[in-house]
Design a protein around this ligand. Structure first.
Ligand code: ZN
Length: 68
């Protein structure tokens, strides 16, 4: 069974899901979510270490905090 992102429906690896999912076991964001069409505000609000914002020129900026 391949886990998927609850935000955009994209399939992700089991490892990615385990690492990035919240305490509720739900993955609220993934790399595919960087598209403005699929991104939801809650993806940023629910994951403190995964923030998506838009800069002054309208481009999507992904800020993973201190994580490499
Ligand atoms: Zn996603």
């Amino acid at each position: 069974m391949s886990p998927q992102c609850e935000n955009c429906g994209a399939h992700v690896s089991a490892e990615y899901h385990r690492v990035r999912s919240g305490n509720d076991g739900v993955l609220h964001g993934c790399p595919s979510c960087t598209s403005p069409a699929t991104r939801q505000r809650e993806a940023a609000g629910l994951e403190a270490d995964y923030k998506v914002r838009t800069d002054a020129e309208g481009r999507t900026v992904v800020d993973r905090g201190g994580e490499a």
